[in-house]
Design a protein around this ligand. Sequence first.
Ligand SMILES: C[S@@+](CC[C@H](N)C(=O)[O-])C[C@H]1O[C@@H](n2cnc3c(N)ncnc32)[C@H](O)[C@@H]1O
Length: 256
Amino acid sequence: MSEIVRVLKTFVAYLKRPDLYPELGRKIIKNTVNRGNAFKGKEKTNSWAASKAVSQQEAVSRLFGIDIAPFRSQYQEILKNSEQKEKECPIKMGGPGALELIYYACEFTNAQHVIETGVAYGWSSLAALLSLEKRNGTLYSSDMPYLAQDGDQYVGYVVPENLKKFWKLFRFADKESLPKIFAENSTFDVLHYDSDKSYNGRMWAYEEVYKRMKKGGVFISDDIGDNSAYQDFCEKNNIETTVVEYEGKYIGVFVK
Ligand SMILES: C[S@@+](CC[C@H](N)C(=O)[O-])C[C@H]1O[C@@H](n2cnc3c(N)ncnc32)[C@H](O)[C@@H]1O
């Protein structure tokens, strides 16, 4: 699909969804007057992240005192089925992130209420739900539909049916989803942030969720090397963060 066709298709899909008009307005500003926002402070943050980065295994061991090895064998069958579903999915989205980090953050906090932004196939959702089901907990997720690819019905595709009763998926942009989530639940044990990667988008959501996290809760943000929002947020709030290097990107994680 050429770039112009993709942009037009996305625009028309937006027009059909009045609930997404606020996000359409923000997107237009983001891609015109605010273009530099996506990469603001990127260089500074990448050298900071590189100087601190550890492996996922090391981070989970240091922060939670847990060995990550059992996850893959314990859930081998489920993960295999989900991989199969991903292969069969007619639209292409982002693949799995650091699933062990998410799963063991939920285990470490005995999580009851987890919040995540960015679902796509639902790999991060799956990791959280596998822990939450043990305590009858709830995952609150926010994801905008994949408008350009007509992918609405495939968001969360790899999550098995039996786990969906522990899941509330809010199908709006974060700016609309998060207030709706907070109206249903006001404190969280774990955050996984993986949606709007702009500097301003991150800053807004980080602040909103951070103040609603329990003390001892785990804050995780994906792709923190895109710009310096995560680093600046941590410095502003005097947060000592761990940085995980995972498949060529950086993930930030700290215990509140
Ligand atoms: C990298 S993917 C998420 C991957 C997922 N966490 C996983 O582990 O499988 C990013 C997702 O964020 C969503 N997204 C991007 N901007 C958003 C926004 N402003 N509000 C809500 N969702 C957004 C996209 O629709 C996409 O599905």
